[in-house]
Design a protein around this ligand. Structure first.
Ligand code: ARG
Length: 466
C-alpha cells in the first residue's frame, strides 16, 4: 500500500496498480511536452461537460461552480507560466484534472464522470484544428490580397510564359500571379470544407461505448460550437480522418507555397533577373561577399517536405489500428501541430516576400526576344487570315522557326521575302502578329491573358476573395 501510494500518488488511474511505472516508460508514455498546447480547449471542453453534468443533475450545481472557478484558476496558472506540468501525469488532461482535485478537492473528482480521455482528447483536437483553420484561412486571404495588389500594378507587364520551363507564349505578369490567387482560393475552400466535416462533437462517446449517465450531448455540442454530436461512439474515439484531411489540406497549401517560392527563386537568379526580393527576406554568404540568397523562399519551398512527411506519418499511424482507441493515436498530435505551425510561418514569410518584390519590366520584355514566343500567333494568323487548317499552319510556322534559327534571328527579323520561301501566300501583315503586345491583346478567351481580361479578373478576384 505504501509503495503504491508512493509510486502512483498522483495518478488518477493508480488504483489497480502495485508496481511503479518504469522510468523509461514514464517518459515514453508522456505527451505533456507537446499536448500542453491543447490546454485552452481542454478547459473549455471540461467547462461545457461540467455544466451539462450539473444541468442533468449528475453532479451538483455547487460542484459545477467549484469546478468552474478551479478550471479558470488553472487557465491563469498556465497562462502566467506558473503551472507545474508533470511527465508522470502523462498528458494535458491528467495534468489539469489532478491540479483541479488539488485545488478544489471532492468536486474536482466528479469532473470525469461520463467522460473518458478518449473522447476528451479528440474533442480538444478538433477544437484546436478548427481554430487553426481560421488562422490559416486568414493568412491565405492576406497572401491573396498581396498577390492581387501586385497583379493589379502589373496587369499589363509582359513576360514570357513557360511550359517545360521553355519559352512558350507571351503573358502578363499580372496574369501569372493571378494563377496563384486561384490556387490559394481553392486551398481556402478546402479548409472550410474540412472544417464542415470535422465539426461534430465527440464528447459523450466516453471510452468507446457511450455512457449510462443521462448526459445531454446536444447541449455540449452546441456549447462548444459544434454543429452536431458525432453519431457513433466507437467512430468518435477512433477516427482521425479529420486530422488527416487537415494535413492533406496543409499539404496542398504547401505544394502551392513551394511552387510560387520556386518561381521567385528562379526569377531572382541572375540568368532570369525578372525580380529582386527585399533584403529583409534574403541573406548573405559567409564566404562570397557579393551574394544575396533567397533563403526565405528556399525555406518556404523546403518546409513543404515536412508537411508531406507529416501526412505520411499520420496516414500510416491510423491505417492498421483496430477499433476503438489505441495509444498509438497519441502520436497524431506532433504531425498536426508541426504541419500547422510550418504552414503558418511559410505563409507569413511568403506574404512578406511578395510585398518586397520589385519587378524588372525591361528584363522581362527582353526575355521575350528569345525562344520565338509568338510562333503560335503566326500559325493562328495563317489559320484565321489565310485559311490554312491549323495542322498545316503549324508545319509552315515550324519551318519559319527553323529558318530564323538558321539565320540566328527572331521571327520578326525575317524579311517578307524569306517568309515567302517557306509559304508563298504569306503577306506582310503576318509580321504584325509577332509583337508580344499584339499577342497578349488577342488572348481574349475567358480566363486568358489579355490585359483587359486580366484587369477584369483582378476586380473579380477582389470580389471573390477579399
Ligand atoms: N494522451 C492521450 C492521447 O493523446 C489521451 C488519451 C488517453 N487514453 C487512454 N485510454 N490512455 O491520445
Amino acid at each position: 500500500m505504501s509503495r503504491t501510494k508512493k509510486t502512483h500518488q498522483n495518478k488518477v488511474w493508480g488504483g489497480r496498480f502495485t508496481d511503479p511505472t518504469n522510468k523509461e516508460m514514464l517518459i515514453f508514455n508522456s505527451s505533456i511536452n507537446f499536448d500542453k498546447k491543447l490546454y485552452m480547449h481542454d478547459i473549455e471542453g471540461s467547462l461545457a461537460h461540467a455544466e451539462m453534468l450539473a444541468k442533468q443533475k449528475i453532479i451538483l450545481k455547487k460542484d459545477f461552480s467549484e469546478i468552474k472557478s478551479g478550471l479558470l484558476k488553472i487557465k491563469k496558472e498556465i497562462e502566467n507560466d506558473v503551472f507545474n506540468f508533470k511527465n508522470e501525469l502523462e498528458d494535458i488532461h491528467m495534468n489539469i484534472e489532478t491540479r483541479l482535485i488539488q485545488l478544489i478537492g471532492e468536486a474536482g473528482k466528479k469532473l470525469h464522470t461520463a467522460r473518458s480521455r478518449n473522447d476528451q482528447v479528440v474533442t480538444d483536437l478538433k477544437m484546436w484544428i478548427r481554430d487553426e483553420i481560421e488562422v490559416i484561412e486568414n493568412l491565405l486571404k492576406e497572401l491573396q490580397k498581396s498577390l492581387i495588389m501586385q497583379a493589379e500594378k502589373n496587369h499589363d507587364v509582359l513576360m514570357p510564359g513557360y511550359t517545360h520551363l521553355q519559352v512558350a507564349q507571351p503573358i502578363t505578369y499580372g496574369h501569372h500571379i493571378l494563377a496563384y490567387v486561384e490556387m490559394f482560393g481553392r486551398d481556402r475552400s478546402r479548409l472550410l470544407d474540412c472544417k464542415k466535416r470535422l465539426n461534430e462533437c465527440p464528447l459523450g462517446a466516453a471510452a468507446l461505448a457511450g455512457t449510462s449517465y443521462p448526459i445531454d450531448r446536444n447541449f455540449v455540442a452546441k456549447k462548444l460550437k459544434f454543429d452536431f454530436p458525432t453519431r457513433n461512439s466507437i467512430d468518435s474515439v477512433s477516427s482521425r480522418d479529420f486530422a488527416i484531411e487537415f494535413i492533406s489540406c496543409l499539404s496542398l497549401i504547401s505544394t502551392h507555397i513551394s511552387r510560387i517560392s520556386e518561381e521567385l527563386i528562379i526569377w531572382s537568379s541572375q540568368r532570369f533577373n525578372f525580380i529582386t526580393m527585399g533584403e529583409q527576406f534574403t541573406t548573405g554568404s559567409s564566404i562570397m561577399p557579393q551574394k544575396r540568397n533567397p533563403d526565405a523562399a528556399e525555406l518556404a519551398r523546403g518546409k513543404s517536405s515536412r508537411v508531406f512527411g507529416n501526412l505520411m506519418n499520420i496516414l500510416s499511424l491510423v491505417k492498421g489500428l483496430p477499433l476503438a482507441y489505441s495509444k498509438d493515436l497519441q502520436e497524431d498530435k506532433e504531425p498536426i501541430f508541426d504541419s500547422s505551425e510550418t504552414v503558418r510561418s511559410c505563409l507569413i514569410n511568403l506574404n512578406g516576400i511578395i510585398n518586397t518584390i520589385e519587378i524588372k519590366q525591361e528584363e522581362m520584355l527582353s526575355a521575350l526576344t528569345k525562344g520565338h514566343p509568338t510562333a503560335t500567333d503566326l500559325a493562328d494568323y495563317l489559320v484565321t487570315n489565310l485559311n490554312f487548317p491549323f495542322r498545316d499552319a503549324h508545319k509552315i510556322t515550324g519551318k519559319i522557326v527553323l529558318l530564323a534559327e538558321k539565320n540566328n534571328c527572331a521571327l520578326n527579323e525575317l524579311s517578307i521575302e524569306q517568309l515567302k520561301t517557306v509559304e508563298s501566300k504569306i503577306d506582310i501583315n503576318a509580321l504584325k502578329v509577332l509583337k508580344p503586345q499584339v499577342s497578349v491583346s488577342k488572348k481574349t478567351s475567358f480566363g486568358g491573358t489579355s490585359p483587359r481580361l486580366v484587369k477584369k479578373a483582378i476586380s473579380d478576384a477582389k470580389k471573390r476573395y477579399l
